[in-house]
Design a protein around this ligand. Sequence first.
Ligand code: A3P
Ligand code: MG
Ligand code: MG
Ligand code: MG
Length: 306
Amino acid sequence: MAQNAPMVLRLLASSVTAANRAGKIIRDIMSRGDLGIVDKGINDLQTEADRSAQRCIVASLTQQYPNLTIIGEEGATNCEVPSDWIVTDYDQTVISEQCPTEYSHITKDDVVVWVDPLDGTSEYTQGLLEHVTVLVGLSVKGRPIAGVIHQPYYDYKSGNSLGRTIWGLVGMGVGGFNPQNPPSGKLIVTTTRSHSDNTVQKALDSLNPDEIIRVGGAGHKVLMLIEGKAHAYVFASKGCKKWDTCAPEAVLVASGGKLTDMHGLPYEYGKNVQHPNVGGVFATVRGIDHEELLSKIPQEVTDKLK
Ligand SMILES: Nc1ncnc2c1ncn2[C@@H]1O[C@H](COP(=O)(O)O)[C@@H](OP(=O)(O)O)[C@H]1O
Ligand SMILES: [Mg+2]
Ligand SMILES: [Mg+2]
Ligand SMILES: [Mg+2]
């Protein structure tokens, strides 16, 4: 009986349906053509889709899990949410999974939900829609254990109008896609396309990759890893925040990969942590020696990321 499933599994199943609903809102706003772009700072845009998608996700999860700690990129809002934006059903695939016993006694007080309602905003405003993801990450006692990466525009050019939703729970596995390994005998690195600087480039040069793939969004880059298109996601910048990496890290770890800062240290996702990932992002797929690759990053780069 779904209602008796462990809270973590129910929350993941609720996060999938909420992310799907947010994805439809993102598509609807784009089709209406009025993005309501606001400039939050240097190279840091926000659109009506970011704001509305977050309201949809927060309202849906809060209705089902009152007093749950949810931290969203676009900050707290108490605007009215249209009733048809509030979804309270479970994703049937997720809720039917066997939840690892280690999560059986987790309560809402142990959980922080990190929401990036639209990751890849810069690309969304430029019409590079396949870069966009909706990210909902669940941390338990500070560790990222579950995540949802929804792609509102997955395969949209061939007429797919519902997008695609990928999920993962550490210790249970992943769903919504076919995990692939990247090609052996070469190194393909993925990184930012819209927030690069000298330090970001220096880190990439030090790895001497065979190929660099520059795409938007932290979620999209981790998808490149777990779908075998790249071996590492390297971003030597303080620009990403906890909502960018919580869900992607959980899905990556559930797939056998690893994400740390550029010093090799893990990120914590408890409710009082600082939001910027000041140590940068260094993520690798299963089978890559994370520490060995990380050792190639020069100190002049890591000194800048503290
Ligand atoms: N220097 C910076 N300033 C603001 N946001 C940054 C940033 N560097 C990275 N980010 C944010 O981190 C995410 C991944 O960045 P990128 O696409 O460049 O790899 C994006 O999230 P959002 O699109 O959710 O804001 C992006 O805006
Ligand atoms: Mg943003
Ligand atoms: Mg983001
Ligand atoms: Mg965002």
